[in-house]
Write a protein that binds this ligand. Structure first.
Ligand code: FSO
Ligand code: SF4
Length: 537
């Protein structure tokens, strides 16, 4: 195997003998095989000559392509058997298109044997792309596309779709087998960021399904009844579970990125939605055994569970783990959660982790409602700067940097955040500036668009360019949704973004040079030096 798609990749280079995330060789290779076949399908679909006899209706195909690519994102699916099925599905979709005369031979790839797949024979891994810069650029594109598919799945679940985004996913995948100059491949990566803007805007629109969020303090204690813990990002799953647990004596708790649900008016009406339990995904092995009841994974981040609570893991959507009960979607879009509810009834109530309450829900509507006050505070020099610290958390000790960075910020600086990175500082006592909390948490990484809207609106009102705002970016990344958000910020023309704790391993020295030259992208270093580099002190 060779995988370098996340920030925790082995030695900062690539996982080759089992993933740091727990993904084993065979599953990693099957994921590569699936990605390879997806590129074949995309090539066939895009390059058909006019008048070719192609499948007339591709609604299900498009849905599957998005869900399957999403399932190869870090910490989503560890179940090799699911990837075997996906591979067959993709090949059958591909072969429903006529072969194109002169097409690259990769487009008709059929695995000779399982052995071939698990040894990455036939050039199916990314290392088969020999040119370092070409591999770097296609990897960045592929990772951005994975992030896009994750976000698209969420928007789709809430009824929002967009043909341009789907078309770009195919275009990007097909480019693997096309001949392109380095300049063209760079342009494709930047186009992915441009499409990222569209994607995040679509998801923002989709999330209105549950009403706009309000800045809300979320209870982080526990009740006396047994509970189900819901983690991941899929609010629709949470809603369905809440409907099905009504009156059953089973409570529901959110975990990690699901925190923002408490700030949506539509979720406040459920009295068995007790609060948020635990911290970020990275601490689940310590926190989940204390929960007592079953845990529903709606999306990433799943850490392979130890025996202690393995039987209590349920997955749904793109998530998978061999041995865990998977709750499928029915044809009408509903899901039957009776099995997890039945298990919960037999469990003890959660153990209190004694965590203080946290505040979330500072999406663009909530923040812009407070805009006159914020602008006044800027004018009075009581708010001097904003720093976007959105992104992901991770397991490595070096992420303590983000706690220290938040602590070191002068008291007239406000943090804008989204994603699970916030768990590194959302329980610090950073206070407020005349009622405006110093940590404004928009919600999930899926809500990063809110931060963009806030920045663009501020720039508009202050009649300036976004890069001239008193605003710095110190982004923490871990997985591929963060890659898409990063590309999206670049496409919006945002300069001098600081990224850490390590740069993506797939970025070659030449590609890094381009990113530095065009956008001033910079790696993080020490708190002291970075506060200066970001013009905060
Ligand atoms: Fe965190 Fe995991 Fe939302 Fe990521 S839960 S790390 S960007 O997968 O999804 O922020
Ligand atoms: Fe390694 Fe990350 Fe890939 Fe897992 S997802 S195998 S940790 S690079």
């Amino acid at each position: 195997m060779f995988c370098q798609q996340c920030e925790e990749t082995a030695r900062g280079l690539g996982c080759t003998a089992g993933g740091v995330c727990g993904k084993d060789n065979d599953t990693a290779c099957y994921q590569d095989a699936v990605n390879f076949a997806l590129s074949g399908l995309a090539y066939r679909k895009i390059h058909q000559p006019a008048g070719a006899k192609v499948p007339a209706n591709t609604v299900q195909q498009d849905k599957d392509v998005v869900a399957i690519l999403f399932s190869t994102l870090t910490n989503v699916n560890f179940d090799k058997e699911r990837f075997k099925t996906y591979l067959k599905t993709i090949i059958s979709y591909r072969d429903a298109y006529p072969k194109i005369s002169g097409e690259p031979k990769q487009c008709s790839w059929i695995p000779a044997s399982e052995e071939d797949i698990v040894h990455l024979e036939g050039g199916i891994g990314l290392l088969a792309i020999e040119d370092e810069n070409e591999r770097s650029l296609f990897s960045l594109l592929l990772f951005g596309l994975k992030g896009m598919c994750a976000y698209y799945s969420h928007a789709e679940a809430l009824g929002k779709t967009d043909a341009d985004i789907v078309a770009f996913i195919y275009k990007g995948l097909a480019s693997r087998f096309e001949k392109h100059s380095i300049e063209e491949r760079t342009a494709l990566v930047l186009e992915c960021g441009k499409m990222g803007v569209k994607m995040l805007a679509l998801l923002d629109e989709a999330n209105k399904y549950y009403g706009t969020t309000a800045i809300t303090k979320v209870h982080c204690g526990v009740g006396t009844k047994p509970g189900i813990l819901v983690t991941g990002h899929d609010l629709k799953d949470l809603e369905m579970l809440l409907e099905q647990t009504k009156g059953t004596g089973v409570d529901v708790y959110t975990h990690g990125e699901m925190l923002v649900a408490h700030a949506h008016p539509d979720f406040a009406k459920y009295d068995n939605l007790i609060g948020n339990y635990g911290t970020s995904w990275a601490n689940q092995k310590d926190e989940f055994p204390k929960f007592g009841g079953p845990i529903l994974f709606t999306t990433n981040c799943l850490v392979p569970p130890p025996e202690e609570y393995r039987k209590k893991i349920f997955t749904t959507g793109s998530v998978g783990f061999a041995g865990a009960v998977h709750i499928p979607e029915k044809a009408d879009g509903s899901k039957d959660f009776s099995e997890i509810i039945a298990m919960a009834k037999k469990c003890k109530a959660p153990q209190d982790l004694k965590l203080t309450d946290v505040t979330t829900g500072a999406g663009h509507d909530a923040v812009l409602a407070a805009a006159p006050k914020i602008l006044q505070l800027i004018k009075e020099k009581k708010i001097r700067r904003f720093v976007v610290m959105a992104g992901c958390d991770g397991r490595h000790k070096e992420r303590a940097y983000y706690t220290e960075f938040a602590k070191a910020l002068p008291k007239d600086v406000i943090i804008l955040t989204a994603g699970c990175a916030k768990f590194r500082y959302n329980r610090l006592d950073l206070g407020d500036i005349e009622g405006i909390p110093r940590v404004l948490d928009a919600g999930q990484c899926n809500d990063s668009y809110s931060l963009v809207v806030i920045a663009l609106e501020l720039a508009k009102v202050l009649k300036t360019d976004v890069n001239a705002l008193p605003l710095s970016f110190n982004i923490a990344w871990y997985e591929q949704k963060a890659i898409l958000v990063f590309l999206t910020l670049l496409s919006l023309g945002i300069k001098d973004i600081m990224i850490g704790p390590n740069l993506p391993a797939c970025v070659s020295p030449d590609v890094l040079n381009t990113l530095v030259k065009l956008f001033g992208v910079q790696p993080n270093s020490t708190v002291e030096a970075d506060l200066k580099k970001l013009h905060i002190v």
